[in-house]
Design a binder for this molecule. Structure first.
Ligand code: SAH
Length: 228
């Protein structure tokens, strides 16, 4: 991940400048994380030339997508990740968003144990994401788990941050339970009008939960026990 040797660095820098100008990237830490992670290493090979366009990209024939950079930036700003935070992601896809979360919780990427736990239900994508993360040496900080993330990942709970990257019919109760006091969760939830909204869910130090609607979004549907 040496930027000086990365032929895509200039394209990535320009995309990130654009997101800063648009006001999507607000903090220095989110800017640094997106500059650091080469999105082209996480897209399907036939999408390489689009890696630095601000759009979601198809993941081969899996019917799933790599999230658009502005969505990853927006969700990361809302999560307000602090160094050392333990993070759960539901829906790994190609592993791009998880890689940015790894930089946010562990800027030196030298954590002795994983801090980002990301659950993916599609076997092909589990393998794809694991390969992508390992190639960049991120597999020490990010652990990819194959399974149904709609019920969270109890083995490592509770989490400071939970990022759900597929749209749910409602907020799954196990995810609320697996959030620490003072924790933050972002999750797209489908309304009765088939519109999806991104919700920011916060738990205060007494365990009280509040939800803020951050506006309309488009995600692939969440599957599994608490999905569609
Ligand atoms: N976070 C990804 C985007 C993933 S798209 C990125 O960095 O670009 C959403 C992903 O959620 C898909 O890969 C899909 O297979 C997965 N998914 C859907 N339902 C799931 C479930 N119940 N558990 C785990 N993964 C799920």
């Amino acid at each position: 991940m040496d930027n000086a040797l990365d032929p895509y660095f200039e394209k990535r820098r320009r995309l990130i400048e654009q997101l800063v100008k648009e006001g999507v990237i607000k903090s220095e830490k989110v800017k640094k994380a997106l500059l650091r992670i080469p999105r082209h290493e996480f897209v399907w090979p036939d999408q390489l030339e689009h890696a630095y366009n601000d759009i979601p990209l198809p993941l081969g024939d899996t019917n799933q997508t790599v999230s658009a950079p502005h969505m990853v930036a927006l969700m990361n700003e809302l999560l307000d990740v602090k160094e050392g935070d333990k993070i759960l992601e539901v829906g790994t896809g190609g592993g791009y968003h998880a890689a940015t979360l790894a930089v946010l919780t562990c800027p030196n990427l030298d954590s002795p144990r994983p801090l980002v736990f990301t659950v993916e239900i599609n076997h092909k994508l589990v393998e794809f994401a694991r390969r992508n993360l390992a190639r960049l040496g991120l597999d020490r900080v990010v652990k990819v788990i194959e399974g149904d993330g709609s019920k969270g990942y109890l083995e490592e709970a509770p989490y400071d941050c939970i990022s759900v990257t597929a749209a749910a019919p409602r907020i799954p109760q196990p995810l609320i339970e697996q959030l620490k006091p003072n924790g933050r969760m972002v999750i797209p939830v489908q309304s009765e009008f088939f519109e999806q909204n991104l919700l920011l869910v916060r738990k205060d130090d007494k365990g009280r939960v509040s939800t803020t609607n951050m506006g309309p979004v488009i995600f692939v549907p969440l599957r599994g026990e608490y999905g569609f």
